[in-house]
Design a protein around this ligand. Structure first.
Ligand SMILES: Cc1ncc(COP(=O)(O)O)c(C=O)c1O
Length: 367
């Protein structure tokens, strides 16, 4: 039987490499999903997640499934047909929020911005004031373009308009500042395979009390079994005993708890600084070979750098050779940026100058 045994350096848009202790946690002996030992792991994971999201929200836990499951879980619970959602669209993932919300019967207002730029907060706020939506959604780290979205001043406008403020922090969480309570975010989701440094498979979410009140006023039950918030809370929440909803991904929970503990031990600020340093070093080193940043300074997402390619550079060929001959993965452009840029991820344990040096060492053969 053929298995992948080579260890690759994953410098694409995610997944990134997991640390040895996270890999060890994945191979720990299994326990059952109703075992009190597992509930201890769950409680510890919830409490660590609150630290990493920087929130006091009681309802903070990992949804089973990849990042998109976090998005779908929140939208299916908080949107009802006919509700209005305003969303910033400046890349793939804002587009995904928009199209999923349309499938759920929402009236979707897109605030479009060119790919590679942050959504203009003034224009976004204006759309909230005008449409008074149930949800205003932004992607905090747009992985398709490498943009980090500033959210200053949005929560206040949301409150005036009875709007829930929703963010996707899949690529920013634990790699750049994400401060749920300070920013006044009501609902947020992330994914494990980026700066949390865990394989893909869980989607941490956090929900404010204000959002819970809105959820309780739904006119009909959530039209999903797997993502039904109340049914999941009956298992995830210790209050009043726990009842089975679906079998929790035990090994992934072990891995997430281990990774979160590593993050808290490192310290959030130190971790953000490490991601910032690695990204700056990457831009400087590749800049010398003619790779130019796509995103202007001040809007750049440190965990994921997007770069225009040097003149005449055969990006697909070099990307293929890096993977095949050097076991290094880098990401291609998506949508209108396909064939025009590279997306290089320096996430979790890969956010280091060493990763950049390894990449440059291999790339020199082709430049
Ligand atoms: C910003 C953002 N949102 C959502 C997702 C969806 O996550 P997943 O592919 O894990 O389902 C991704 C994945 O790359 C992402 O980068």
């Amino acid at each position: 039987m053929q298995t992948a045994t080579t260890s690759k350096l994953l410098l694409g848009p995610g997944p990134c490499n997991a640390s040895p202790s996270v890999l060890e946690a994945l191979s720990r002996p299994l326990v059952g999903h109703m075992d009190p030992e597992f509930f201890d792991v769950m409680e510890s994971t919830k409490s660590l997640l609150r630290k990493v999201f920087q929130t006091e929200n009681k309802v903070t836990f990992p949804v089973s499934g990849t990042g998109s499951s976090g998005m779908e879980f929140l939208l299916v619970n908080f949107l009802e047909p006919g509700d209005t959602l305003v969303v910033g669209v400046n890349g793939v993932f804002g587009g995904r929020i928009a199209s999923l919300s349309e499938k759920l019967g929402a009236n979707v207002i897109r605030v479009e911005q060119e790919w590679g730029r942050a959504v203009d907060v003034e224009i976004f706020n204006q759309a909230i004031r005008e449409h008074r939506p149930k949800i205003a959604a932004l992607v905090n780290g747009e992985t398709s373009t490498g943009v980090y979205q500033n959210v200053d001043g949005i929560a206040a406008v949301c409150r005036e308009s009875d709007t829930l403020f929703f963010i996707d922090c899949v690529t920013s969480l634990a790699g750049m500042p994400v401060s749920i309570d300070e920013w006044g975010v009501d609902v947020a989701f992330s994914g494990t395979q980026k700066c949390l440094g865990v394989p893909p498979g869980l989607a941490p979410v956090t929900i404010s009390d204000r959002a819970l009140e809105v959820y309780r006023k739904r006119s009909r039950p959530t039209p999903s079994f797997y993502f039904d918030l109340d049914a999941i809370l009956a298992y995830v929440d210790g209050d009043g005993g726990r009842s089975y909803h679906h079998t929790a991904p035990i090994s992934m929970a072990f891995a997430l708890e281990t990774a979160l503990q590593e993050i808290v031990d490192e310290g959030l600020e130190a971790r953000w600084a490490r991601h910032a340093d690695a990204a700056a070093y990457l831009r400087e080193q590749l800049g010398a070979f003619g790779f130019a940043p796509v995103v202007p300074e001040g809007e750049r997402l440190n965990p994921l750098t997007t770069l225009h390619l040097p003149e005449g550079f055969d990006e697909a060929k070099v990307r293929g050779a890096l993977l095949k001959d050097h076991d290094i993965e880098v990401g291609a452009g998506l949508g209108p940026l396909a064939g025009k840029i590279w997306r290089i991820g320096l996430m979790a344990s890969n956010a280091s100058r060493d990763s950049v040096d390894t990449l440059i060492g291999a790339l020199k053969d082709y430049l």
